[in-house]
Design a protein around this ligand. Sequence first.
Ligand SMILES: Cc1ncc(C[n+]2csc(CCOP(=O)(O)OP(=O)(O)O)c2C)c(N)n1
Ligand SMILES: [Mg+2]
Length: 413
Amino acid sequence: MSDKDKSGMETYVVPDAPFRPGDTADFGGKWEEKPGDLNRPDPATCKTEDTVEHANGLIRVLNDDGTASGEWNPQLDANVLIKGLEMMMRLRIFDDRMIKMQRTGKLSFYMRSFGEEAVAIAQTMALDDHDWIFPSYRQPGAQFVRGRDMVSMICHCIGNTEDNIKGRQMPVHYSWKEGHFISISSPVGTQFSQAVGVAMASAYKGEDQATITWLGDGTSAQGDFHYGLNFASVFKPPVILNVVNNQWAISTHKNIATGGKNFAARGLSYDIPSLRVDGNDFLALYSVTKWARERARAGLGATYIEVYTYRAGAHSSSDDPSRYRPGDEFKCWPGGDPVERLKEHLIKIGAWSDEKDQELTEQIDSEVMAAYKKACEYGDLASGPFPPASTIFTEVYEEVPWHLQEQREELGK
Ligand SMILES: Cc1ncc(C[n+]2csc(CCOP(=O)(O)OP(=O)(O)O)c2C)c(N)n1
Ligand SMILES: [Mg+2]
């Protein structure tokens, strides 16, 4: 964007958010793009040029009235959808409990997936169980899909004596070897190149193992994003590269990171089939990921996806969004609440009811409460116990280097 200054010279304008505190947020009502607008190309023959419209449009399956339609409808069994709904509800209730723990000093820091629950859950459900997951801190939901024990997740967030990574990471920066869930990196974006590298290794070894990775709109302005796309374009490994455009990078609006029409269209210039999907539509997310997985299985290489969503809550427990955006912005989001939308769909097809929903909410509530109490038995931030100091020196090197050995002896542990 450019403008002229008083002398008539071109000056640069820093892109800004459409709404700031005090403004009335207005995204223009429901999406203009409708399910059925876009075809589902054959994944086995699809070329980048066949996805130009998909990169510039929005793939949807759920209509505004809760029905499902169009070629992208994955035609899932109601039981699979109920499972997806249950996991999204579990994640939301889990997140709320963790925030309460943070506010009462039982853990130091937390990040919710509020408003984006469908992303990791629907996309991981569409994968094979042994596929690699290279997440950001906004995809802990993938662990629910792979069956991680909730007590273990809470112990990690606290960093207590049962933390599987012994306090070596920030809270929410999970690492879970058994679930093929790779450790989350605090410097954002590193996972893109790592995911592409692992996918290249799978292809080289001739294994049918795909890799999925996600980074945010803000993070896509970093070099890591382009390194990943470049290698994916050249070597065509079985990788699914997602940019989760949740409109915000802490307090910086996506407008300052886009640098083009949208995030999805960037993939076209790397000659990678590129899709833009409604990230609050569980069925559409599942469907595009299944499509990308089929391409990976057929040896056709990478798929690049912009997941169009909205970060409903604060960036983290350290953030106060009322300082930089209107408080009711999420309520105006045309994509709606992903949990409510799937629930509405299930009710519409006669597979769910408000009573069942209430029952399940109560069941998950007590499950989360029991897990929280159990985890606190192993220690919390306020009162310990903590992992012994000696663990600073263990499990990183197979053979401890002399200088670390010396430091350990100095500590007397
Ligand atoms: C390399 C690096 N720069 C800055 C930060 C600080 N930081 C953490 S998250 C974040 C915003 C990321 O926004 P986005 O990529 O849109 O992801 P979102 O939080 O919206 O999911 C920033 C700037 C960091 N962790 N690493
Ligand atoms: Mg973001």
